[in-house]
Design a protein around this ligand. Sequence first.
Ligand code: C2E
Ligand code: CA
Ligand code: CA
Ligand code: CA
Length: 278
Amino acid sequence: SKAKGRNAICFFDSSMQEILEKRGQLETALRGALERKEFLLHYQLQMDSSGRPIGAEALLRWNNAKLGSVSPVQFIPVAEESGLILPIGHWVLETACAQLARWQSDPRFNRLCIAVNVSAIQFREAAFVAKVRNVLQQSGIQPWLLKLELTESLVLDDINDSILKMEALKNLGVKFSMDDFGTGYSSLSYLSRLPLDQLKIDQSFVRDITTTDQHDAAIVQTIISMALSLGMEVIAEGVETEEQREFLDLRGCQAYQGYLYAKPMPIEELEIKLAQLT
Ligand code: C2E
Ligand code: CA
Ligand code: CA
Ligand code: CA
């Protein structure tokens, strides 16, 4: 009926309004969050197939006085739309490299790499390569200990620009991982053109491999074969059970990340964990 339709529209309008208000709140709070030192990095352990730690992924955390702890799933899109991801992403890069620099003087940690997520907005900036070069120089780290995580949609959005920038960064010694792999338009023809070091199997495939989903198991097998045939390392994320790890291991997966090993945690906790493992 008409009345029902109008209610539906009212409901839609008010929920849209709420979303917009929430977004506005987030954006306002995000402005100045860097200056107020509200960000911090958590690190999630990455392991090789023989149980040795190989490094960690840096994951951004935001604690705001009014909003509390906000998930990156919520605030990263707002940071991207507002352009705030540029200074925030730069801070992430600097902070991760400063951590790598501190690890250099400690024989327990000096071979570990740190993976950093790069937003498309950051990567498309003309100055991106120069910014990474500066951070590498200022921190004085060995560049191959820094791994940049890119997504398929980021790379494919402008494949020629992506190849140029990746080659330039590759020449500096930086490593690349393709994040969330399998969720985009994976094809051998573009993969072989990119100077990638690692493919990261998306957690959505890992979730169901050992139980229900035959298709996910087949996709995972294909991704691993593809990575190996292209001479890339393959890592699985979102590994939560021993069964998942074993399934992946039998099919040639070389590295793992997930709650089975460790949740993302503050650096002090990661170092304690690492010290126990080595
Ligand atoms: P992502 O890069 O795919 O990161 C993996 C996400 O999976 C993280 O969520 C991590 O906490 C979660 N995770 C790790 N192991 C497991 C597991 O075993 N099971 C399950 N269910 N989840 C697991 P988080 O930290 O909430 O980050 C969400 C997303 O936010 C990231 O997805 C990434 O896209 C984005 N993000 C985080 N930090 C940054 C950053 O510094 N820069 C940019 N541009 N994006 C970031
Ligand atoms: Ca990632
Ligand atoms: Ca991922
Ligand atoms: Ca993801």
